[in-house]
Ligand binder design. Structure first.
Ligand SMILES: [Zn+2]
Length: 506
C-alpha cells in the first residue's frame, strides 16, 4: 500500500525535544513499517509565526491529485495537518485515508459519524494553532520587557545590537534627539519648527525624507529616551542607556500640556453609532461621568422620551451574548459544512462539465498543432503559412486555458465564502471578549445592522446571513423545521439553503 507522510513544526517547537521533525519522521516511519505501507513521498513543513503560507501542504495536495493511486496520509496528529476548515475541506475532497498516529485514529469516508464529529472539533482546535503561536511570541516579548530589555526594533536614536539583542545609543542620531527635547522644553518652538530643525540636522525618516509632525510628537512623548519604555500599555524600567534626563522629559510634557487644546477623541466609546433609542428612535450618544464611567443615553432630539442612562459595561456584556447567539453548535457546524458542499452539487457539475468540454477542445487544438508541425517537416506547407496558423492556435489554446481556470475558481469560491462565514460566526464571541473598543466596533458593525436600547436592554438586528444563524440557534431549527434532534440539513429548506443564496462575504 502506497502512502505519503506529512510532518510539520514551528521554528519554536523545533528547539524542544519530541516535537522535532526527526522525532515525527521516526514515529511515522516506524508505523509505516509495522503496517506494511510504502512511503512514496515525504512532505515536511517548517513554519514561523510570520510566514503563514504552507508551501509543502499545497504541494502535497497537488501530488495527491496527480497520483490518485496514493490514498493514505500518515500524520502525527490532527493539528499537524490542518490549520483551518479550508485545509480540512481540501483534504476531505481527496477521499483519502488519514492516519493520525499519535491519536490512534484512522479516518476515511466510512468513518462513523461520531468519529467524524470529534474530528471536526479537532480541526476547529487546530484553527487556533497559529493564534497560539503568535501568543507565544508575545509571551517572549513580555518576558523581555519585564527584564528591562526593549522587546522590539530600536526607536530612532537607538540601534539594535545584533549580537546582544539589546538596543544601544545611535551616536549619530542621539545628539539630535537630545537637542530636539531641549528646544521643545523652552515652550517657544512649535512641533513644525522642531521637525524642520531635526531635518536640517540630518535626521531622516524611513524613506529618507522629513519626519512628519505626528512622528515627532511621538518621539517627544516617548519615555524610552529617559530610560523607561512603554510596552502593551505598561511602563517598564529599561536597562538601556538614557539620552535625556527625566527632568527634561517632564519639561517637554509640560510644554505639550500648555499648548494643547482639549480635543475630542474618536471611538472612545465602543458602541456609539451602533445604537438607537428604543423609545423614540433617536440616536444614542455616550459621555463620561466622574472621569471614568461611560454612560449611554438618548440624544433626545424629539424631546424627552424617558429612556434611562446605561453604563457601557452593561451594554458590553449584552453585546457579548448577542455574538454568542451566532455560535453554531459544533455538530451542526459539521453537518452544515457538509451540506454546504452537497448543496452546490448542481453548480459544481455544471462547472465540471464545462471544464471537460474545454479540455477536449484543448486536446483538439494541440493535435492540430502537432500535425501541422509534421506537415511543415514534410515540406507540405510553407514556413510563413505555418507561423501564421501556429500563432493563431496558440492564442486559442491560451484562451481555453483561461476559461478552464475561471471554472475551477468558480468551483472553489462558493465553499470558501460559506466557510468564512461559519468560521467568523464560530469565533465572533471569543474575538469580541479580547478586543479593544475600536475593534469591537468593527466586529459588531460587521455582524449587526442596528440595535435598539430600551431601559438597559439591547435588542439586536443582525446582518444577513448572521440573522439566519442567530434565528436557527435560537429555535434549534437547522432544517427549516423545528426539532430538538438536529439532523444533517437537506437542500430544500432551512438555513443552509438560505445561506447559499444569501449575500456572502467577500
Ligand atoms: Zn429616546
Amino acid at each position: 500500500m502506497k502512502a505519503i507522510l506529512y510532518a510539520r513544526v514551528s521554528s519554536k517547537e523545533q528547539q524542544e525535544e519530541g516535537f522535532s521533525i526527526p522525532a515525527q519522521l521516526k514515529l511515522l516511519k516506524d508505523y509505516a513499517l509495522k503496517n506494511n505501507y510504502k512511503i512514496v513521498k515525504e512532505f515536511i513543513e517548517v513554519e514561523t509565526a510570520k510566514q503563514a503560507g504552507r508551501n509543502n501542504f499545497n504541494e502535497m495536495v497537488k501530488f495527491l491529485y496527480d497520483n490518485p493511486e496514493v490514498k493514505i496520509i500518515l500524520c502525527e496528529k490532527t493539528d499537524r495537518l490542518y490549520r483551518n476548515f479550508k485545509d480540512y475541506v481540501t483534504i476531505d475532497e481527496l477521499d483519502l485515508e488519514i492516519h493520525f498516529i499519535r491519536e490512534g485514529e484512522v479516518l476515511n469516508k466510512d468513518s462513523k459519524s461520531h468519529q467524524k464529529f470529534i474530528h471536526g472539533i479537532k480541526v476547529l482546535m487546530a484553527k487556533n494553532y497559529l493564534d497560539n503561536l503568535s501568543e507565544e511570541v508575545k509571551k517572549g516579548q513580555l518576558q523581555k520587557a519585564e527584564s528591562g530589555e526593549y522587546p522590539s526594533g530600536a526607536p530612532v536614536g537607538y540601534k539594535n545590537n545584533l549580537e546582544t539583542h539589546k538596543i544601544e545609543i545611535d551616536t549619530d542620531v542621539a545628539p539630535i534627539i537630545l537637542k530636539a527635547f531641549q528646544l521643545y522644553a523652552l515652550g517657544t518652538y512649535s512641533i513644525g519648527k522642531i521637525t524642520k530643525f531635526v531635518y536640517e540636522q540630518g535626521l531622516r525618516g524611513k524613506r529618507g525624507g522629513r519626519i512628519w509632525k505626528g512622528r515627532m510628537e511621538q518621539i517627544l512623548r516617548n519615555p524610552i529616551y529617559y530610560g523607561w519604555f512603554r510596552w502593551k500599555e505598561k511602563l517598564y524600567h529599561g536597562i538601556h542607556e538614557p539620552i535625556i534626563t527625566r527632568e527634561l522629559f517632564d519639561a517637554v510634557q509640560k510644554a505639550f500640556e500648555s499648548k494643547s487644546k482639549p480635543k475630542g477623541r474618536k471611538h472612545l466609546f465602543a458602541f456609539s453609532g451602533l445604537l438607537t433609542c428604543g423609545k423614540c428612535g433617536c440616536a444614542m450618544t455616550a459621555e463620561i461621568h466622574k472621569g471614568k464611567y461611560k454612560y449611554y443615553h438618548c440624544t433626545g432630539h424629539r424631546g424627552k422620551c424617558g429612556n434611562s442612562f446605561v453604563r457601557e459595561e452593561v451594554i458590553d456584556s449584552q453585546m457579548g451574548n448577542i455574538l454568542k447567539n451566532i455560535e453554531i453548535p459544533a455538530d451542526i457546524l459539521e453537518f452544515t459544512k457538509e451540506g454546504l458542499l452537497k448543496s452546490h452539487k448542481d453548480e459544481k457539475e455544471y462547472h465540471d462539465q464545462q471544464i471537460t468540454i474545454l479540455q477536449e477542445n484543448y486536446k483538439k487544438i494541440q493535435c492540430r498543432i502537432d500535425k501541422m508541425y509534421v506537415d511543415k517537416l514534410d515540406g507540405a506547407i510553407t514556413e510563413s503559412f505555418y507561423k501564421e496558423r501556429i500563432g493563431q492556435w496558440e492564442r486559442e489554446l491560451e484562451r481555453v486555458r483561461e476559461s478552464i481556470g475561471r471554472h475551477e475558481v468558480a468551483n472553489r469560491s462558493y465553499r470558501e465564502e460559506g466557510i468564512k462565514i461559519l468560521e467568523l460566526a464560530q469565533i465572533a464571541h471569543r474575538m469580541f471578549v479580547k478586543q479593544e473598543p475600536s475593534e469591537k466596533r468593527k466586529l459588531l458593525s460587521f455582524v449587526l445592522s442596528n440595535c435598539t436600547l430600551e431601559d438597559g436592554i439591547v435588542s439586536p438586528q443582525y446582518n444577513l446571513p448572521f440573522s439566519l444563524i442567530a434565528n436557527a440557534v435560537e429555535t434549534n431549527d437547522w432544517r427549516g423545521r423545528r426539532g430538538s434532534n438536529p439532523r444533517p440539513p437537506d437542500r430544500q429548506s432551512g438555513i443552509l439553503n438560505q445561506l447559499n443564496y444569501g449575500p456572502l462575504l467577500c
